[in-house]
Design a protein around this ligand. Structure first.
Ligand code: SF4
Length: 435
């Protein structure tokens, strides 16, 4: 029986897409192979948001090209954000690749593999719900992005926003619940815009209300938000719907208004802060995470300092920081010279990371002695781990719970990046869990 290997880099959307192509190939009758160089079919799921991710994928394609010289029957498929609408240049650069597929378009891969292996492709692409999903699983709900921030390649590669119908998603999450999933993270490049293209028009709050009713699902999260589309109605839904976790990822990207305008983010720093205040006023104990770019073209020292002040003002629970890297095809790469040196970007990134580590250290230290419900979702080096509703990673000491259990724990230790929790820190665990 031919074998396959799916290699993935990039965001949660790519992870979710990989799970689905994985299932399609399994349905065709291929066997999963853990070693990439042993597989008859290799699917490379790419990301081009950062240069490093793109370099990793192109390096892998180079190695696979050499292997294919000795094994000409090997099928190499490439999907994800590297694959735009025009593949002429990619086909010239990587002649070893047998098939190219745009994000979420699995059909070309399935058809090529079917033709090369002689296996039937019937039914391979319908109801792609993973057989053995993780306890906490990602569910893409809206593909693409209409925002066109000047630094971002996503809208050119993933296309315009397209929401999946509510009933399709409710059925998928119901199937996931039957297969043991307890937590779903609803995914979109701009998840708050979900439903604006559906008729009748719905929004993310409507969808979360429906998922809230599904037995077996204990927690609902969503990623990634945009400050302009995160409506008062969505914020209220976080407060009102018991299964929706009190955790919001709201990227600010820059703290200076001139830089925000150059990025075409569509809001000022003041408007961003108003949104943060509204979330904090509406959702008690909410945790906040964000995304930030340093060294955007033309960013001065004073403008960078505005980003640092934003971090101090909001005190996020986590920050995904990145140095600006020019992406071919974006407005910024065509019109805005990359003026901040590589060393200066590194220095700014270090400054952000140091400031944020000290903020997280203080926030997490304050949690010692408090009690939280955690969903136990995995194991690291023999220790169970889970997450609070606020998405804090907790390592457990003291045995007892199984994967998928929700247990109340007491926080006994903290670092900037994770917490230590102890089941024995609670007096009557059973009683507390049932509250
Ligand atoms: S909102 Fe902006 S940064 Fe986010 S995916 Fe869309 S274009 Fe890219």
């Amino acid at each position: 029986m031919p074998s396959y290997h799916v290699w993935t880099v990039g965001c949660q959307m790519n992870v979710a897409d990989s799970q689905r192509i994985d299932l399609s190939l399994e349905r065709m009758g291929l066997e999963r192979e853990e070693q990439i160089n042993e597989a008859d079919v290799v699917v490379v799921n790419t990301c081009v948001v950062r240069q490093s991710a793109e370099d990793t994928a192109t390096g892998l394609l180079g190695r696979l090209g050499k292997e294919k010289l000795n094994d000409p029957l090997k099928v190499i498929a490439v999907m994800g954000c590297m694959v735009g609408p025009d593949q002429t240049d990619l086909k010239r650069r990587f002649p070893q690749v047998d098939v190219w597929a745009r994000p979420q378009e699995f059909q070309p891969i399935v058809e090529t593999v079917g033709a090369r292996t002689g296996l039937s492709t019937d039914g391979c692409l319908s109801n792609l719900t993973p057989h053995q999903p993780d306890i906490a699983t990602f569910v893409p709900i809206v593909h693409g992005c209409d925002k066109f921030c000047t630094f971002c390649i996503i809208p050119y590669r993933r296309g315009r926003e397209a929401s999946r119908p509510v009933e399709e998603l409710v059925n998928e999450v119901t199937r996931l619940a039957h297969r043991g999933v307890k937590e779903v993270t609803l995914l979109g490049q701009n998840v708050d815009s979900y439903g604006h293209d559906l008729r009748p028009r719905v929004d993310l709050a409507d969808l979360m209300e429906r998922i809230q009713e599904i037995d077996g699902i204990d927690r609902i999260r969503f990623l990634t938000s945009h400050p302009n589309d995160m409506s008062t109605r969505i914020i209220q839904a976080i407060a009102d719907l018991p299964k929706v976790c009190e955790n919001v990822n709201l990227p600010f990207q820059a703290g200076d208004d001139r830089v925000l305008a150059e990025m075409r983010r569509g809001y000022t720093s003041g408007q961003f802060l108003d949104r943060i205040d509204e979330i904090r006023d509406t959702v008690p104990h909410v945790t906040l995470t964000t995304d930030l770019i340093v060294g955007f073209p033309g960013e001065s020292e004073a403008e960078f300092e505005s980003s640092m002040r934003m971090l101090e003002r909001v005190r996020f629970d986590k920050v995904h920081s990145a140095a600006y890297s020019e992406r071919d095809g974006t407005y910024a790469s065509r019109k805005m010279p990359d003026t901040v040196s590589r060393d200066e970007k590194k220095r700014r990134l270090r400054a952000v990371d140091e400031l944020q580590a000290s903020i997280q250290s203080e926030i997490n230290a304050d949690l010692i002695g408090q009690q939280f419900d955690i969903l136990v979702d995995g194991e690291t080096r023999g220790r169970l781990r889970g997450r609070t509703r606020g998405d804090k990673l907790v390592y457990l000491t003291g045995g007892g719970p199984a994967l998928g259990d929700t247990v109340r724990i007491g926080i006994t230790g903290a670092s900037p990046w994770s917490l230590e929790g102890d089941l024995r820190a609670t007096q009557s665990q059973k009683e507390l869990v049932s509250t």
